[in-house]
Design a protein around this ligand. Structure first.
Ligand code: ZN
Ligand code: ZN
Length: 582
């Protein structure tokens, strides 16, 4: 309900913008002015070139119009009258739109002195639009056709109240500062080049280290939770994907097959059929279950060239994938363990809030789904009962499940309040059937249940989220470079090298900057690279086996080298989210 109202406000704001434009720039011809996510825009045609200063003037004029509380007056007129009205005013774009409408009554809305062709709905009066901001101007072809006139599109934000607007602007500013593509360059983490191709990530040594730390961690967590580790190839016979059904219902997301020795092979978009092949390679008994196969599996999915976005949307990525094969009796415990795993991940990385969504089938249309009603009910009950038992708030979405099974999605909320889809626990009634998965039960053969689960989603995406969540300031255990040792002059080179060797011996990741740059410049570089600890060795430190820690706050603390190593090791080993030196 709230969103419908907000859309009404946003769309009404576009009329108010048009009214302001008409008053201040009367030669303007008007295109269209819809509500969009977070605001609105209006397409305008005029020889005047709008400037950022104009936006300020227009915003003031809009405020005046809002203050006057002009009603939105609706009028129903014939197509002919509408054509005459807009033609007389030289509104060529509006005229074109009206000509395409069916014969009959047309509605116009007037706010203040501006009358627009519009279906509505709007707010009652302009005073109800009170929290907006014009943001920028962009070019847009009339009706998106580059052969048609180029319009100027003025964009604005619009929210329910000033607080919401302020929060949104603040979040945008924070997001820009934390943009992982920018930080990825500054911190020398990863590169994406035209030569290699869009959506294909190259990890620089520091990013490679970051990734290794995360991968080691998640592998160990899997092993500790009773998962087995498997490896599978990147390509397989196309017929595997035909058998799994992906070649049919998932083909839009797949790369084209490649031909090898006259046979077609498919680059994998998923790991599931491989894990199934591993399951099926042996006769399984109920004693083998639950079987949990995990893999950091690299998959390739086709994405249109325009939609790639840093690490968040790519064409090749590595899932922390796992498939659980189990009996009906075991499923609730398995789901519960997945959930506990997800919560452990959130806690480890310092995500305090999350949202859980349960997607179930549309009971009225069982024909849209595979699997029996009994399967669906039992699976949905298992998912729901785990959530309830653990007092986890969730929203239910009937009819949102994939055709092959219900699922739970867990979205985390990052440090600046943005939600990110992360973990998925997804039932599958389709693949066990297609690949005829069975196990020897106490009596006869039975079909196991199968659950796909990814905790981090993809390693690339998760690291992208982490970079933005931390704003590049990684906790010490994750930081690829934990400390940089800076010398004041060449006289401290030996002392600095000794400290570096001691730190490495202790398993700490440190580098020495012995360049001839001034100390101030070296500190700035370390600051941009967001190294957790900047360590300075001057004459006094070299003499006394101490080190001065230059904190990000600008504060200096001098400690013994032994204390430095002991405290840093403790901070890293406990995966502390805060620096112990502060
Ligand atoms: Zn309207
Ligand atoms: Zn899967």
């Amino acid at each position: 309900m709230e969103n419908i109202d907000l859309n009404k406000k946003r769309h009404s704001a576009s009329h108010i913008l048009a009214a302001a434009v008409q008053e201040l720039f009367p030669d303007t011809k008007f295109g269209i002015g819809p509500a969009i996510e977070n605001g609105f825009y209006y397409d305008l045609y005029t020889t005047h070139k709008f400037t950022p200063e104009d936006l300020k003037t227009l915003e003031d004029k809009m405020k005046e119009i809002c203050k006057a509380k002009h009603p939105f007056v609706c009028k129903s007129i014939s197509k002919q009258d509408a054509l005459k009205y807009f033609k007389d005013r030289g509104e060529v774009f509006k005229t074109e739109l009206i000509e395409e409408l069916e014969d009959g009554q047309i509605t116009t809305y007037t706010v203040g002195n501006f009358t627009d062709l519009c279906r509505g709905p709007h707010v009652e009066h302009s005073g109800q639009v009170n929290s907006f901001k014009l943001t920028h101007i962009a070019g847009a072809y009339w009706r998106g056709d580059e052969k048609r006139p180029q319009m100027q599109r003025i964009y604005g934000l619009c929210f329910n109240d000033k607080e919401e607007l302020k929060n949104y602007i603040h979040q945008q500013e924070e997001a820009a500062k934390r943009d992982h593509r920018k930080l990825g360059v500054e911190q020398k983490l990863f590169t994406i080049t035209e030569d290699v191709g869009p959506g294909l990530v190259l990890w620089q040594p520091r990013g490679g280290m970051l990734r290794k730390i995360l991968e080691d961690w998640i592998r160990n967590e899997n092993l500790a939770r009773g998962y087995d580790m498997v490896y599978t190839p990147h390509i397989a016979h196309l017929h595997l994907w035909e058998k799994s059904g992906h070649a049919n219902f998932y083909s839009e997301n797949m790369f084209k097959p490649i031909e090898v020795d006259g046979q077609k092979y498919q680059l994998k978009p998923m790991n599931c059929p491989f894990h199934i092949a591993i399951y099926n390679a042996q006769l399984r008994s109920y004693r083998d279950l639950p079987l949990r196969l995990s893999e950091l599996g690299t998959v390739y999915r086709y994405e249109r060239s325009g939609v790639m976005h840093g690490l968040l949307r790519v064409r090749g990525f590595t899932q922390d994938d796992a498939h659980i094969f189990c009996t009906h009796d075991q499923i609730e415990k398995e789901i519960e363990d997945c959930f506990a795993f997800a919560l452990h991940i959130f806690k480890t990385f310092g995500f305090e809030k999350y949202k859980v969504e349960l997607s179930t089938w549309d009971e009225a249309h069982p024909e849209h789904y595979t699997g029996s009603a009994d399967d669906w009910h039992r699976a949905q009950e298992a998912l729901e009962s785990v959530l309830k038992k653990n007092n986890i708030p969730f929203t239910s979405h009937a009819g949102e499940a994939a055709f092959y099974g219900p699922k739970i999605d867990i979205k985390l909320i990052d440090a600046i309040g943005r939600p990110w889809q992360l973990s998925t626990i997804q039932f599958d009634f389709n693949l066990p059937e297609r690949f005829d998965l069975t196990y020897v039960a106490k009596e006869g053969r039975e079909r196991p249940l199968m659950v796909h689960r990814a905790m981090l989603g993809s390693i690339e995406r998760f690291l992208g989220i982490l970079i933005e969540h931390y704003g590049g300031l990684f906790p010490l255990w994750l930081a690829p470079l934990q400390a940089k040792i800076l010398t004041l002059t060449d006289a401290q080179l030996e002392a600095a090298q000794n400290l570096l060797a001691k730190m490495k011996q202790a398993g700490l990741r440190a580098e020495l900057d012995a360049s001839p740059e001034k100390l101030g410049a070296k500190i700035r570089t370390a600051h941009i690279e967001k190294v957790p600890y900047t360590l300075i060795i001057g004459a006094k430190e070299a003499e006394t086996n101490t080190v001065t820690i230059r904190l990000r706050s600008g504060k200096n603390i001098t400690v013994s080298q032994d204390e430095l190593i002991k405290t840093m090791s403790e901070e890293a080993n406990t995966r502390s989210l805060e620096n112990l030196f502060k």
